[in-house]
Design a protein around this ligand. Structure first.
Ligand code: COA
Length: 157
């Protein structure tokens, strides 16, 4: 099974992170990594992380390229997985699913996280299928249901 290693974005891997791209047809589904990092700079509740293959764990300097980017938010008792992107050349190799497993594992370590949730754009069938296969179900809060472009999901655990 594919596993991932998550690492902070620093001066050493910042340029690699902002150069990662999804397929043109997927750009409407996720903010650019530059935007996500800018949001994280001004919001201390956001945790941006670089995604590497698990083979990189233990190496001070990654010997393999970064494959993607993820960011979660911890606020009001919710661990919210805000961003997930795997660069187009590394997609469909299991990294997206492995990252979700790893982020969920991390979120479960925070005592203040009572609910794990995520969202995706309406029409993003790949993300929808992936999240639902991991146990996410519709988040039936009133405000979530009012969103027109975004589907909100929570982990049913
Ligand atoms: C969604 C995304 C992160 C999935 O990453 P990934 O590394 O390709 O996912 P995996 O290889 O772990 O595959 C997960 C499942 O999705 C399926 N899948 C992935 N890409 C697919 C594609 N283009 N078409 C159809 N199915 C696809 C895989 O077959 C797999 O299904 P299975 O577990 O039933 O076999 C990636 O497509 C992406 O970065 N998309 C653009 C950004 C985006 O939409 N992010 C989500 C925002 S909410």
């Amino acid at each position: 099974m594919v596993r991932v290693h998550l690492r902070n974005i620093t001066l050493d891997n910042f340029h690699e992170c902002i150069s990662l791209e999804v397929d043109k047809s997927q750009q409407k589904f996720v903010a650019s990594n530059v935007q996500s990092l800018a949001e994280a700079k001004v919001n201390p509740d956001l945790f941006p992380l670089a995604i590497y293959d698990a083979a990189v764990a233990g190496y001070e300097k990654p010997q393999l390229p970064m494959v993607g980017f993820t960011m979660y938010e911890i606020t009001a008792g919710v661990g919210f997985i805000m961003r997930l992107m795997i660069a187009h050349q590394y997609q469909q190799q299991g990294y997206g699913r492995a990252t979700m497993f790893e982020v969920i594992r991390r979120l479960k370590l925070y005592p203040e996280v009572e609910l794990i949730a995520t969202s995706h754009r309406r029409g993003n069938e790949v993300a929808s299928k992936l999240y639902r296969s991991l146990g996410f179900v519709d988040w039936a809060s009133a405000w979530a249901q009012e969103q027109e472009t975004e589907i909100f999901l929570k982990l049913d655990s």
